[in-house]
Design a protein around this ligand. Structure first.
Ligand code: MD3
Ligand code: FE
Length: 223
């Protein structure tokens, strides 16, 4: 029988979160398969409320490209990019208003997932919401605009599947491919917090509930 060696497999089968599988993809990075499924209705209501106030938009990179991924934010701080650079800001540059509040379900889910992955006491103050359409991609990058690298990042995937790329601490390090499906939650922290990562161009595999899109949101401690 074929089997694969997983150097980081720590799954203890204790099912503290109701039976979802936990795959370790790094020493302190975990995919919690289906962890968000019980929260989906509340999460999508949250996304609708957030995007009604601060719509998805395709921002400009400092290098002059338009991102293929559309984004918005909620919580105290929102990640933005324009010709002047990448940064976190309290005001949505599109609306001139503060970003919408973090939906309760986002916070509840993020804290439960962080705890499950070994990061108790996670208090996110920023949530970046990404929307992918077919062919949208995110090239390899590090998330280093946050002030506090001790806090983990919790990522929630909804809608179409994506192939996530997880690299090392140098851009040229070998990447592993990790498929992410509707309802999966990933927690990244500690020694893995600054690893390069990206998302391959999305295939058009329409999702029954979300159609031809993937929504990913990441909760962070940015300030
Ligand atoms: C690994 N988003 O918004 S989430 C991003 O699926 C981003 O939309 C991807 O990368 C997406 O910055 C991936 C997973 C993620 C987020 C932060 C990380 C993975 C990470 C920080 C360090 C290592
Ligand atoms: Fe990132």
């Amino acid at each position: 029988m074929a089997t694969s060696l997983n150097l980081f497999d720590d799954d203890d089968g204790s099912a503290a979160h109701g039976g979802a599988a936990r795959d370790a993809i790094g020493p302190q990075s975990f995919v919690l398969r289906g962890f968000a499924l019980p929260y989906v209705d509340a999460l999508l209501q949250g996304v609708d409320r957030v995007t009604a106030a601060s719509p998805f938009r395709n921002m400009q990179t400092p290098g002059g490209y338009t991102m293929s991924v559309a984004l918005t934010n909620c919580g105290e701080l929102g990640w933005t990019t324009d010709a002047r650079g990448y940064r976190y800001a309290r005001i949505d540059p599109l609306t001139g208003q503060p970003w919408p509040d973090l939906p309760d379900a986002f916070l509840q889910l993020a804290q439960a997932a962080a705890l499950d992955a070994g990061f108790p006491g996670f208090t996110p103050d920023a949530c970046l919401v990404n929307r992918y359409e077919p062919a949208s991609r995110l090239s390899l990058h590090q998330d280093k605009n946050e002030r506090d690298y001790d806090a983990p990042i919790v990522s929630v995937s909804l809608g179409m599947p994506a192939m996530f790329l997880f690299g090392g601490h140098a851009r040229t390090d070998k990447t592993q491919r990790v498929p992410l499906f509707h309802g999966d939650v990933v927690v990244w922290g500690g020694v893995d917090r600054l690893r390069y990562h990206g998302v391959m161009p999305l295939k058009d595999l329409p999702h029954p509930r979300l159609g031809s899109q993937r929504i990913n949101f990441t909760l962070r401690k940015a300030g």
